[in-house]
Design a protein around this ligand. Structure first.
Ligand code: ADE
Ligand code: ZN
Length: 349
């Protein structure tokens, strides 16, 4: 293992911003900035129930996950045409590249759009074309993960999977998101089993607000390879041992957890506890347009609030590449770049 060099506390935020990383937990609809909501509403001839960008932004005061989801689904209703999805993903990927994201695995919620009469192929083709053009322009690598909305039925998830069939080669995997409490993973066991047969990679949100039992359920009933959030695992010692032993990555989102009051103060966040227990945690932004920051903001704020060190920084970035669904050769190349970035940073001390 690489021996991580010492870096002063003052220079740590600079290192966090400069180090290469992967982002594995980002909802594309959660990158819809208020300015873009207004621009798309105008382009698509839609009226919004807010008079200004400022008024919309002031509605972003959340008390829990559901209070956020209500606002988030309303915001996504301005997305109608393939070009809207393209513009949204291009804007995110340009922003991510500036944060030294080398690889992004992007969630999208097709049911939010198909329920409004937008075709599955409109969504996927717009996002896919944006990923391809961003790669050509800035070299960033990106893949798409289709998320099923867990507050909807198993039948709706199966119908969504059917609609995605012809676009199978544009999707790397599937996930599970939306309202967690009252919608345990077991509800989607048969859908995930079918996705597994199709060769799709599997992830699920679990243990964001919900209990450790939902993380067990995601592992055993859905057979997921990563857990999105997973911060409630600390309440179950046997689960912590299993996650560490099996190197199941957790895609942790500190600013989201703070804004949705999972941790009322960012200083209370348990990221350090997860890392120090040997879990493969990563840092991600979830819905940055709503939670006050993209991935580098998540890194710098959680490090400042909880006193994480340069050793944790290296581990988090390394974990992000290792837990990605990219091929082995790409992972090794990115991990090499990570090591070099740390060495270069120290040389210029
Ligand atoms: N959809 C978008 N963000 C989400 C989150 N943090 N949890 C569950 N579903 C989501
Ligand atoms: Zn999420």
């Amino acid at each position: 293992m690489f021996k991580v060099p010492p870096v002063s506390a003052e220079r740590l935020p600079g290192l966090l911003r400069a180090m290469p990383k992967a982002e594995l937990h980002i909802h594309i609809e959660g990158t819809l900035e208020p300015e873009m909501i207004f621009a798309l509403a105008q382009r698509n001839g839609l009226r919004l129930p807010y008079a200004s960008v400022q008024e919309l932004r002031s509605a972003y005061a959340f008390s829990n996950l559901q209070s956020f989801l209500d606002v988030y689904y309303a915001g996504a209703s301005v997305l109608l045409h393939e070009q809207d999805f393209y513009d949204l993903a291009r804007a995110y990927l340009a922003r991510a590249a500036r944060d030294k994201v080398l690889h992004a695995e992007i969630f999208f919620d097709p049911q939010t759009h198909t329920a409004r009469g937008v075709a599955m192929e409109t969504v996927v083709n717009g996002l896919h074309r944006a990923c391809a053009d961003a790669r050509t322009e800035s070299g960033i690598s990106a893949a798409l993960i289709l998320c099923f909305l867990r507050h909807l039925s198993e039948a709706s998830a199966f119908e969504t999977l059917e609609q995605a069939g012809p676009l199978r080669d544009r999707i790397v995997g599937v996930g599970l998101d939306s309202s967690e409490q009252g919608h345990p993973p077991e509800k989607f066991a048969r859908v995930f089993a079918r996705c597994r047969e199709l060769g799709l990679r599997l992830v699920a949100h679990a243990g964001e607000e919900g209990p450790p039992a939902y993380i067990w359920g995601a592992l055993d009933a859905l057979k997921v390879e990563r857990i999105d959030h997973g911060v409630q695992a600390v309440h179950d010692a046997a689960l912590m041992r299993r996650l560490a032993q099996e190197r199941i990555a957790l895609t942790v989102c500190p600013l989201s957890n703070h804004r949705l009051r999972v941790f009322p103060e960012l200083a209370q966040h348990n990221l350090r506890q997860l890392l120090d227990a040997g879990l493969a945690a990563t840092v991600n932004s979830d819905d940055p347009a709503y939670f006050g920051g993209y991935v580098n903001e998540n890194f710098t704020q959680v490090f400042a609030a909880t006193g994480l060190t340069v050793r944790h920084a290296y581990q988090l970035a390394f974990n992000s590449f290792e837990a990605s669904f990219a091929g082995t050769a790409e992972k090794r190349a990115w991990e090499h770049q990570l090591k070099e970035s740390f060495e270069r940073f120290v040389e210029h001390d």
